[in-house]
Design a protein around this ligand. Structure first.
Ligand code: HPA
Length: 278
């Protein structure tokens, strides 16, 4: 496992992407578990399998397809990452966030990041969609910050501000888009754990106590790296399961993928609406 990705490795990957597309994407999108089918809507698409990009972490999980789709969506030029890699697969934090670095080198200004998450807020139900207003970077607090290691000065400062991880302007556009599409949305704080095991009931009560509304295994590392490089972030969770605070039911990956089917049309409406408003 390589702890720290270098600028040379990032640029090697960016060069391959540039060779394979004439598009200059302004918006990057990372689509989480079961949510990848949005990529099928991209027009004039150039598709690059992740396996053909040097230094790119390859996803090992069902539901994460691992390709880049670059083209037009709702009038914008987008780079969609269908499938992402996770810390639990054994990659370093620097490796899993390397695609965000490549996007930044390609000129991406905004990152839309989606994930499947478990509900901690007792009012949330599977199929709900939550706009991220903030996150708790529990892993980063414990030392697993993707910015640990030599600072890549080309992207940002050693001690980056994190006062607005999720861009308020983009949140507003997401609310407006949801309203227009008649999609009810939740809002709240997302927390990223390492996984891959789901939470115990006591874990969940702890997460609720510290202020989290939804829990997952991604997004926060990508957001931290995006913000370090000045990229504006919109984060949306698809709530795939009720967190099991009393231990009465089990959580499965199948359930997470199944809920994706209800969530995809909602996410699609919101993200397309935001793109149209940019
Ligand atoms: N916990 C952690 N990650 C998840 C969950 C969950 O309940 N659902 C989807 N991803």
């Amino acid at each position: 496992m390589q702890d720290f990705i270098t600028l040379e490795q990032i640029d090697e990957a960016a060069a391959v992407v540039r060779e394979r597309t004439a598009h200059s994407p302004r918006i990057g999108m990372i689509l989480g578990s079961g949510l990848g089918e949005l990529a099928n809507l991209v027009e004039e698409a150039d598709v690059i399998p992740a396996s053909e990009i040097p230094n790119w972490p390859k996803s090992t999980v069902a539901g994460h397809e691992g390709r880049l789709v670059i083209g037009k969506l709702a009038g914008q030029t987008v780079l969609v990452m269908q499938g992402r890699s996770h810390y639990y697969e054994g990659y370093s934090m620097s490796q899993i966030t390397m695609p965000v670095r490549v996007m930044q080198r390609l000129g991406v200004e905004m990152l839309f990041v989606t994930n499947a998450a478990g509900a901690i807020d007792p009012d949330f139900v599977p199929g709900d969609v939550m706009i991220l207003t903030d996150h708790i970077s529990l892993l980063a607090m414990a030392g697993m910050n993707p910015l640990r290691g030599p600072n890549l000065e080309e992207f940002g400062v050693r001690f980056p501000d994190m006062s607005q991880p999720y861009d308020r302007g983009l949140q507003k556009l997401a609310r407006e888009a949801a309203l227009e599409a008649n999609v009810p949305v939740r809002e709240g704080v997302y927390i990223c754990l390492a996984g891959p095991s789901y939470e115990s009931p006591a874990d969940l009560r702890f997460l609720r106590t510290i202020g989290a509304d939804a829990v997952g295994m991604s997004t926060v590392p990508e957001t931290i790296v995006a913000r370090h490089g000045g990229t504006r972030v919109l984060g949306i969770s698809g709530i795939s399961n009720k967190a099991n605070l009393d231990g009465s039911t089990a959580t499965t990956h199948e359930e997470v993928l199944e809920a994706g089917k209800v969530i995809v049309p909602k996410l699609k409406a919101i993200l397309m609406g935001v793109l149209r408003r940019l």
